[in-house]
Design a protein around this ligand. Structure first.
Ligand code: ZN
Length: 441
């Protein structure tokens, strides 16, 4: 006599039309835009995200508004920038690549000796063909980023320099989408939106978040989901400072970043380290049988730094592939549209969805026949089909769920303690409920 599993539960599937190419197309559309922490690039980007996510709300917060210990900076916009040689040729040209200008550079115009220009140049001697990405958000600086080969070729005594930018009172913009579920308790999904032409960091995170939202719009969900697309650090701080009520409803959260490069998954735990989202991510990654690493929280990285600051201590982890600074293309012009692959983006979306599905399904049950084991055979839970591939695991799953469903242990607890896949534990619970052996708490 063998105990066999019922057919796989109908887990929500991606709508058939979603392909990795579709995610990559969104990355392609966003890639040319020169974004920063404020300015028209962020507005343009939010406009495109709004095409994918009707209902996306864009908020604008004026320069000078405080957010905890920070202040919304002047708005930065740039039209053009170059370094010209004596012949009038652009030897460094913002029009060719927006990484060429240090983000938030103050305007500058004039002739500079080669020597005077030197402290304003940034290049990577170890990667002589790549343009680095640099910012000077909170300092009055200007500068150019260029390949090291370009820098070595600057041998004339002087150059004409122009950065046609403005730093003026304006606004910081961020986008937000709330998908209301059965409960007002919320899951926060956050991705930074402030990098210029860099594909993995973080257009990949934006694309995965957008398509996760589109998926959730099409399936019933227990939690309400709040998607926040905000410039790094200051954007998250501004959002936190203006949304105290929503912050109080956050039960789980994920920062999505660096999800388009084919490295192993990396999950960075929340500050709490044992939050449900930390445990759900670990189980989802284990079940997927993919190379992955789980790292403890450190107060550095993306906006989990703000969400996990001690005053909030929100249960927000960060899902990425290879972490920042650990791949040679990081923050360089090599983080381009070829570096981010459609199939990787799709895998990242599916993994994010798998974490969400664990959170959605996790709950506590109570065994309605807790005095001894209920007789499973009499109820038709045993089937004579010659031993399914996961027959033994399936029997164990039923027994674990019955044993630990005392109203105190959640399905996450049971999956962890049994070592069985969460999805199997979930199916066992569903079946036991349908046989009136178990009731949701
Ligand atoms: Zn970055």
């Amino acid at each position: 006599m063998t105990l066999t599993a019922p057919p796989r539960a109908a887990t929500p599937q991606l709508p058939a039309f979603v392909t990795g190419e579709e995610l990559h197309e969104l990355v392609q559309r966003l890639f040319p835009i020169c974004r920063s922490i404020t300015g028209s690039g962020v507005r343009l980007t939010l406009g495109i995200l709004g095409e994918y996510l009707p209902g996306l709300q864009v908020s604008a917060v004026p320069s000078g508004v405080p957010a905890f210990d920070w202040t919304v900076p002047p708005e930065w916009n740039i039209r053009d920038a170059y370094i010209k040689n004596a012949a009038g040729e652009r030897v460094v040209d913002f029009q060719a690549h927006n990484l060429h200008v240090v983000s938030y550079s103050v305007p500058v115009q004039g002739w500079f000796t080669r020597e005077a220009l030197e402290p304003h140049l940034h290049s990577l001697p170890e990667q002589p063909d790549l343009i680095p990405y640099r910012t000077s958000y909170y300092a009055e600086e200007w500068g150019f980023c260029l390949t090291h080969r370009q820098r070595l070729a600057l041998t004339e005594p002087g150059y004409e320099v122009c950065i046609n930018s403005t730093l003026a009172p304006g606004e910081l913009t961020y986008g937000e989408l709330l998908l209301v579920g059965e409960t007002s308790a919320e899951v926060l999904i956050s991705a930074h939106i402030c990098h210029p032409s860099l594909a993995n960091d973080n257009l990949s995170g934006l694309a995965v978040a957008v398509f996760l939202a589109r998926h959730l719009q099409q399936v019933p969900h227990h939690y309400s989901y709040r998607f926040v697309f905000a410039p790094g650090t200051i954007g998250a701080l501004v959002w936190l400072s203006r949304n105290g009520e929503a912050v109080g409803r956050i039960r789980h959260g994920l920062v999505l970043a660096l999800l388009g490069q084919a490295g192993p998954f990396t999950y960075k735990q929340s500050r709490r380290g044992n939050a449900a989202v930390d445990r759900a991510a670990a189980l989802a990654l284990r079940a997927a049988s993919v190379a992955h690493e789980i790292r403890p929280f450190v107060p550095y990285g993306y906006d989990e730094r703000q969400y996990c600051s001690p005053g909030f201590d929100l249960p927000v982890g960060c899902l990425s592939r290879t972490p920042y600074g650990e791949f040679p293309e990081y923050h360089t012009s090599a983080d381009n549209l070829d570096f981010v692959r459609p199939d990787t983006l799709l895998d990242s979306l599916l993994m994010t969805q798998a974490v969400v599905e664990v959170l959605e399904a996790n709950r506590r049950y109570r065994n309605l026949h807790p005095y001894g084991e209920p007789q499973l055979g009499r109820r038709g839970l045993y089937k004579h089909v010659g031993g399914g591939p996961d027959g033994a695991g399936w029997q164990l799953a039923l027994l674990w769920v019955l044993n630990l469903s005392d109203g105190h242990h959640s399905l996450l607890d049971i999956a962890e303690r049994s070592g069985l896949p969460f999805e199997q534990i979930q199916r066992a619970a569903n079946l036991l409920v349908s046989y009136d052996l178990l009731a949701a708490e």
